[in-house]
Design a protein around this ligand. Structure first.
Ligand code: SF4
Length: 348
C-alpha cells in the first residue's frame, strides 16, 4: 500500500478559505490528504476578548482531536503570533508536540523561516486587519530587525468578512480594453449593472467600434494628426450594435504618426495620420493582423480628410458585406479577393 501523507491543519472556526485552497494545492498528490480542526475565532482585534481566542488550551484541544486521525504533522494556519509575538507560536508548537507527539508548525514561523533563508530584511505588509493590529505586527517584525517599507490594511475585524474581500484589480489590455480579472461569479450581475449604469458595459469586443487609437495630436508632441476624434467618429458611425455584429470581427487600429503606437499596420483596417502640406491627412491600410495569422497591412491608395476617412472605412465595410462568403471576416474576404474591389468602391 502506498504510504499515506496525512496533514493536520488547525484553522479559525470562521475561516472559509483554508480548506478549499489546501485541497486544491494537494489535488495532484493522491497519497496526501488534509484534515482540519477548528477552534473558536470570530474576530481579530487587540481587545482582551479577542486575544483570549488564542489561548493555547483551546488550540491544544483541537490539536488533540486531529491526532486521532494519526496526522503526521499539525500546522496552525493563523497569523496570531504576528501581533501576539513570535514566541507565542514557538511555545504553541512545543505544547502541541508534547501533548500529541506530532511535529507542529505555524504559517508565521514558516514565513519567518523563508525570510531568514532568503535573507529578506525589508518587506511589504497587506492585511485585512485593524490599525492597531497592523501596527503591532510591524512592531514585532521591527524588533526582529525586519523593516516594513510599505503597508495597506482594510480595517476589518470580523474574521469571516476577510473571505469576502475581492481582489480590487483592473488591467488594461494592449487593445485598450479594461479587464476585471478577479470577479466572483456571484458578484458578476451586480458589477455589470454598475458598469451599465455608468455607460461602461458596451459589448463590442473585437467589433468595429472596439478601436485601438494612439493619443495622436491631442496629446502627443510627435504626432502628425489626431487619432482619438477619428476613432470616435468611426465608433459613432457604427454605433448600432446589431450592425457591428453583422460585420463581425474587425480590428481597426489608428496611429497619429509613423511611429505606429496604435499598431495601424497590424489592423484588419489600419489608419495612419500624416501631415500633408500642414493639413491632417489619413492613409487607409487593409490586411494587417497581429494574431496567429500575422500579416502587415498595405496602403490602399491616396489619403483622406478627417471626414473622408470615416466615409472610406464605411465604404470598405459595405463592400466587404456585399461580397463576403459564409463565415468570412473582413480580413478573410480581403485576403480572398485582394484590394481591387475595395479600391474601385472607394476611389471609383
Ligand atoms: S503613433 Fe505617433 S502620434 Fe501616436 S502616440 Fe505614437 S508617437 Fe505619438
Amino acid at each position: 500500500m502506498t504510504q499515506r501523507t496525512l496533514l493536520g491543519m488547525l484553522t479559525p472556526s470562521s475561516n472559509t478559505t483554508l480548506e478549499p485552497v489546501t485541497t486544491a494545492m494537494i489535488a495532484d498528490i493522491p497519497e496526501a490528504s488534509a484534515h482540519f480542526g477548528r477552534f473558536r475565532v470570530t474576530e481579530i482585534a487587540l481587545s482582551n476578548q479577542a486575544l483570549a481566542q488564542f489561548d493555547d488550551s483551546e488550540i491544544l484541544r483541537a490539536a488533540e482531536l486531529l491526532s486521532h486521525a494519526k496526522v503526521q504533522s499539525i500546522g496552525w494556519n493563523g497569523t496570531s503570533s504576528g501581533w501576539l509575538g513570535f514566541d507565542a507560536d514557538e511555545r504553541l508548537c512545543r505544547r502541541i508536540t508534547e501533548a500529541t507527539g506530532i511535529p507542529a508548525c505555524t504559517s508565521v514561523l514558516a514565513l519567518n523561516e523563508i525570510f531568514d533563508i532568503t535573507g529578506v530584511k525589508r518587506f511589504g505588509l497587506v492585511t485585512p486587519y485593524l490599525d492597531d493590529v497592523q501596527a503591532a505586527i510591524i512592531k514585532n517584525y521591527a524588533a526582529s530587525g525586519m523593516e516594513c517599507i510599505a503597508e495597506r490594511h482594510l480595517r476589518k475585524q470580523d474574521n469571516f468578512s476577510f473571505s469576502e474581500v475581492g481582489a480590487d484589480e483592473l488591467r488594461v489590455t494592449h487593445a485598450q480594453n479594461i479587464v476585471l480579472p478577479f470577479v466572483r461569479k456571484a458578484d458578476l450581475y451586480t458589477i455589470w449593472q454598475q458598469l451599465e449604469a455608468n455607460d461602461l458595459a458596451t459589448p463590442n469586443l473585437d467589433l468595429v467600434s472596439d478601436i485601438i487609437a494612439c493619443p495622436g495630436l491631442d496629446y502627443c508632441s510627435l504626432a502628425n494628426a489626431r487619432s482619438i476624434p477619428i476613432a470616435q467618429k468611426i465608433a459613432q458611425r457604427f454605433a448600432d450594435l446589431d450592425r457591428q455584429r453583422t460585420i463581425g470581427e474587425l480590428k481597426l487600429k489608428i496611429s497619429g504618426c509613423i511611429n505606429a503606437c496604435g499598431h495601424h499596420h497590424a489592423g484588419h483596417i489600419g489608419i495612419l495620420g500624416v501631415d500633408r502640406k500642414g493639413e491632417e491627412n489619413y492613409q487607409l491600410l487593409f490586411g494587417g493582423s497581429g494574431a496567429e495569422d500575422a500579416s502587415l497591412a498595405k496602403i490602399v491608395g491616396p489619403g483622406f480628410s478627417e471626414d473622408g476617412i470615416v466615409d472610406a472605412v464605411e465604404t470598405a465595410i459595405e463592400t466587404y458585406l456585399g461580397i463576403r462568403q459564409e463565415g468570412e471576416r473582413f480580413l478573410d474576404t480581403y485576403r480572398r479577393v485582394g484590394i481591387d474591389p475595395f479600391k474601385v468602391a472607394i476611389y471609383g
